[in-house]
Design a protein around this ligand. Sequence first.
Ligand SMILES: [Cu+2]
Length: 138
Amino acid sequence: MKTPICFKNPIILLILGGILLMLIAACGGGEPEELDIPIKLEGGSLTPGTIQVKQGDMVTLMIETEEAGEFHLHGYDVEMDVEAGVPTDFFVLADITGRFKITFHAAEEEHEGEEEHDEGGENEEGELEIGILEVRPR
Ligand SMILES: [Cu+2]
């Protein structure tokens, strides 16, 4: 009786070896890419919730939101103002690897009679974690 697949067959070994090489090539980095990634803020969270890119990628987050405010990418510490219903491009050169919080700071409401408090200090209050940017080593 013959076995249906014979691993001693040199042709099958060649094919398997070829597949393995292609997998290694596919996983092993390559050149940095220009990526346009549409993201949407809805109901307090982003879709997709985790944005995955590789180190060196030139990433344009094409933001769509129902609410005006500010997107804040922690770690890179860059911010982008967004308006409700107006698509906004947020460019990030993904040169730092890791997982970074993306938060949303709602537009400040104006309170009558209150003075503006424009201190440069950290304001961790009122920010909402909406998603993650994951930058993997190339
Ligand atoms: Cu923030």
